[in-house]
Design a protein around this ligand. Sequence first.
Ligand code: SIN
Length: 510
Amino acid sequence: MKKTSDILIIGSGIAGLSFAIKIAEARPDLSVLILTKSSDEAGNTARAQGGIAVVLNKLKDSFHQHIEDTMKAGKGLSNRKVVEMVVSQAPERLEELIAWGASFDKNKTGQLALGLEGGHSQARIVHHRDLTGLEMEKTLLKKVAVLPNISIQDHYFVTDLLTKENRGQTQCIGAKAIDKNINKHVEIQARITFLATGGSGMIFGNTTNPSVATADGVAIAHRAGATIKDMDFIQFHPTALFESNKHPLFLISEAVRGFGAYVVNTSGKRFLFKYDSRGELATRDIVSSAIVKELEESGEESVFLDCRHLNSEDFQQHFPTIVSYCNSVGIKPERELIPIVPAAHYQCGGIEVDTKARTSIENLYASGECAYTGLHGANRLASNSLLEALVYSHQAFENISREIDRLPVAGSEAGESEPAVVSGDGVSIEAKHGRLNKLMGYEAVQGTDLDFKNKVLKELYKLRKEVEEELPSIAFYELKNMTEVAILIMENSIFRLKSSAKNEKKLISN
Ligand code: SIN
């Protein structure tokens, strides 16, 4: 079957929806189709607990401070121009969200309440209790529902991009998908294709990401020849709730440390000041690596968050979802320690885009976690991700509304019979996914043992071969995407380690 749309958006999180709303409102003459592989609230956006970093209190805070915090968190590897653009657009993008109906917590004087998170030198996190992402997702979906030129198709899994060559340049002309509702292949032709597919957490043994985060966007863009950058910069969130044999793990928001919770070891001692003078308020990479060291030394399975000294009523009011989840697994945060471990949380690298969200393939755009913009460098500052998605979707909107009329209308809808998807039994795929998770732990990605990294990569090559022999099914396509992206991560990581060793040698010999 063939379909057409002026604009095809793949993914229904904040990046895809905010772009859809803007383009659909500005251009009611254009058709906008959003594909989502699951239901529309299943992605990472709806799970974002923390909030959006925005400089609002100009008496204490400034764009300059937010820019410097972002640069420092990213270990100097962020693109300063990009950081300046994103930080300075934040108030305007927040206003739009509020105008669309999103509500954020206010303080006693009726102003937006600003939370503090790791790596921020000022309180600047706008939030909706511990459900900020869900609040935004619901607001955006409500808005999308009343725009007649947008349609959302759920349970559509995109297997690859459709491309053609034009004078030596690859152009994207849509995507191939499987309509899971009827188990059929579909080709969707579009003038513009917009990737907003989120992250890759399901590659890793421990992750805070939902089960849909299977690296699909990066994998399909890579297969189509798009430039992919810095995939080894995977952020581990230090405070995922430790439960053995659980995948994914429940996230305990960064905002809990910002609220005053301590990180303690089995002896009940705070240990983070040994590693950074900011203690609990150091950035995620520093806190995660300190916890991993502590666990290596103690041989324990987890360290703990201690919230017992905090006002329990205030805590409950700020973090109802976290308290309710902890209670559901038998933990009372007001009197008990919460076991935590670092878990893969955010992919800082991705499909390289310019400041207009354009990838290296013509007419293919990307925004949100699947994109590499240069904002995050080696480590994302907390609560900069929803902001980045809003800003880059806006940038894409501005550019596409200027450019789209120059593009030919999408190809014909002439129907063709299509083969049904053959389904494997799932058992063998699940076992292979387990093998992938085991290989992709903290040490493989963040460690500095080159031999170990090479061993992991060798195993991944083997796994990729075995996966290719599986019968096609949705689980097969997801595992294929994850394995391919895991290989990109490890190849990148090994390359970076070797280059830094070479540079060190050069420095010594000079
Ligand atoms: C959190 O609340 O810790 C997650 C939000 C983010 O990833 O910035």
